[in-house]
Design a protein around this ligand. Sequence first.
Ligand SMILES: CC(C)(COP(=O)(O)OP(=O)(O)OC[C@H]1O[C@@H](n2cnc3c(N)ncnc32)[C@H](O)[C@@H]1OP(=O)(O)O)[C@@H](O)C(=O)NCCC(=O)NCCS
Length: 410
Amino acid sequence: MGEDAPLDDGYIEPSKPREEVRQEPYPLPKDFEWSVLDINDPKQIKEVYDLLSLNYVEDDDASFRFQYSAEFLEWALKPPGYYKEWHLGVRVSSNKKLVAFISGVPVTLRVRGNVFRASEINYLCVHKKLRSKRLAPVLIKEITRQCNLLGIFQAIYTAGVVLPTPVSTCRYFHRSLNIPKLIDVKFTFVPRSMTLARMIRVFKTAAVPHLGGLREMEEKDVSQVAELFTRYMQRFDMAPVMTLDEVRHQFLSGRGDLESPSEKYRRPGQVVWTYVVENPETRRITDFFSFYSLPSTIINHPKHNLLEAAYLFYYATDVVFDAGSEHNGTLNKRLSSLVGDALIIANQAGFDVFNALTLMDNVGFLEDLKFGAGDGLLNFYLYNWRTAPLAGVKAIGGVDAGKGVGVVML
Ligand SMILES: CC(C)(COP(=O)(O)OP(=O)(O)OC[C@H]1O[C@@H](n2cnc3c(N)ncnc32)[C@H](O)[C@@H]1OP(=O)(O)O)[C@@H](O)C(=O)NCCC(=O)NCCS
């Protein structure tokens, strides 16, 4: 904290050969034991789900708490090449109850000019009854050791809290969809200058998407989406580098039960929605967008118990490759149309609100699409990697707000 930006990017501590990495697990307080969770076992995913749904992140007034579904966790924790050792739990020795968790999944990250393997650390959680006993630092040290044992010495993670030292800070924005419910649960309110009826009218979305050639992404699109994604992400200072298998996993594998008959825009168990725009003549995929489902428990509400929230995930458009598109407004216009259709689909799929952060090119369309600034911030951190701050909420060093960050963490 407070240090000047480094002159050169690079690691802080050098990597070590495996035999120089500590070989014994870090000690836990007595009565607790380490437990690697088998995410292929539905019983064990359910244990993680139960722990997180009662003890994970809440908003400042303890009105909402993230409720990652079991299907979501399975999708998020098992990308191609995942390591089971990085799904790390702590159990009470006597009754084996799961009381803490932390996870990592492998990613390839590009930060400015450097590309390296890293782990994406997520879902750190300690049971409410075991807080403030310094269990979190032990979990963090142990997952770091597990990463080091497999030759990974860098990590990326996000947190609402400020720790030493964020590489970027982004703000959450919210696009209301289901106004009556959002008002009922006090997620939003009717401003003094408006009536409820007018507010409902203002936020109403169309019944069907507008873009010609828009359809759900399919297996046959994987290579074109991967190519478009890779080219588009060059715009950002920090971004994931994905293989074809990773693109398939991130955008297709969470589509829910494909066999089951379902309502038009949502399948049972669906966690991710990905749509492409196909040019009817050339059959080229010109654009894509995706969003995922992350509901929150509404704590202590007499009528509603679940806030259905969609979160903007990755997107790309080939408009960006036209010279001048960024300055003459055509890029922002295209992104507004794309994400505008995402809002329509999310509304039809039963989401109450659509969330996005001030990262990638989002700042250019949030206002146009009636997103409002939230009070939550998300800090981005790199472990054992030095780089100058990346443009997030604020523009930095000639890079526009948001455009430093091209990583969306689940
Ligand atoms: C975050 C959580 C695991 C911390 O556990 P805790 O019992 O409150 O705190 P502990 O006594 O174990 O550890 C305190 C240390 O953890 C650090 N810490 C707290 N939250 C952290 C986070 N999100 N990431 C990394 N470190 C964190 C604190 O800074 C403190 O370290 P310091 O003394 O060096 O400053 C726990 O509060 C929790 O499960 N919260 C709900 C879920 C959540 O917010 N998860 C993190 C999502 S990013």
